[in-house]
Design a protein. Structure first.
Length: 294
């Protein structure tokens, strides 16, 4: 419950910050919709520098000279500014990725609206229309490759979303359960396994001596184990490798070639229990390996 409340607080804080930033006032009246539908202007008519831009540090916003190519220079500024005498400069976006090249995307015939969705419908300057990571991964989806993210992001750059900071390490499990698809935009199952199945030196995933008493946890909440471990197959693979057997298997007379021993009687009463370990998917039952010889 404590972790859930923390996660809820972080989410609401992120929304509040976002709304505060979007509410910043800029004295500029501009409609992409009007220019696209009524004037028939192309994106590159105003943002001409995108054809050669190889870095997001470039200022791709149109200068006044660009506006004057269509608008009379003597036209009153109140057409676009409500208070021309105190007209501020439109704030540039600085939270960009480090190596994004507009020019390469244009060379590959990527339409502007592919990344800047619905910008042609915008009637104000507050909507950013920037692509989300999900949109980028429509094309750039090989995140398993080493250093793949460095194709666009700078090495050492903090790529964590705002909600991944503070106490995120302890609260991320709740977020994953609520919205796994959101996590898989950047993280793969292998990344989860690498962390949760590593040496676990800080014992935050499994406590000390867990290998000796994990069966108690498995019996009480096996579904929680299946979050990372591949259901019954994971148990079988490990137990076979470590030669872990039920106590009954080490008792006298458990198995013999003449009468079958106690294991034969146990199999008659509960064959499914035997097959849970003594079974190879797609192959003959393990019983036949011995019994077909007789």
């Amino acid at each position: 419950m404590k972790h859930f409340m923390l996660f809820l607080f972080i989410t609401l804080l992120s929304i509040s910050i976002s709304e505060t930033c979007s509410a910043q006032k800029v004295d500029l009246i501009f409609s992409h919709k009007y220019h696209a539908e009524e004037v028939g202007a192309e994106c590159t008519d105003c943002h001409a520098a995108v054809d050669s831009s190889m870095t997001p540090k470039d200022n791709l916003l149109p200068e006044m000279e660009t506006c004057y190519s269509c608008h009379d220079e003597d036209t009153k500024c109140t057409v676009c500014h409500t208070d021309p005498d105190n007209a501020g400069v439109y704030p540039r976006i600085t939270s960009y990725i480090s190596h994004f090249p507009h020019a390469k995307h244009i060379e590959n015939e990527v339409e502007c609206s592919t990344c800047h969705a619905n910008v042609e419908k915008s009637e104000n300057i507050y909507e950013k229309h920037l692509p989300s990571m999900t949109k980028c991964q429509t094309c750039h989806d090989e995140i398993d490759k080493p250093d793949y993210c460095l194709t666009c992001h700078a090495k050492g750059q903090d790529l964590r979303p705002e909600n991944h900071k503070l106490d995120w390490l302890k609260a991320h499990g709740i977020s994953n359960e609520l919205n796994t698809e959101e996590c898989t935009k950047c993280h793969t199952q292998n990344q989860c396994n690498d962390c949760h199945r590593s040496d676990n030196l800080d014992h935050k995933v499994h406590p000390l001596n867990f290998v000796n008493n994990h069966s108690l946890v498995a019996k009480g909440n096996i579904e929680n184990c299946y979050t990372c471990h591949e259901e019954q197959s994971s148990c079988i693979d490990c137990h076979r490798q470590e030669l872990v057997m039920p106590r009954s298997h080490a008792s006298a007379g458990w198995s013999n070639a003449k009468t079958g021993g106690r294991h034969a009687r146990a199999a008659k009463f509960d064959l499914d229990s035997c097959a849970s370990c003594h079974n190879e998917p797609g192959s003959e039952p393990i019983c036949s390996q011995c019994h077909q010889k007789n």
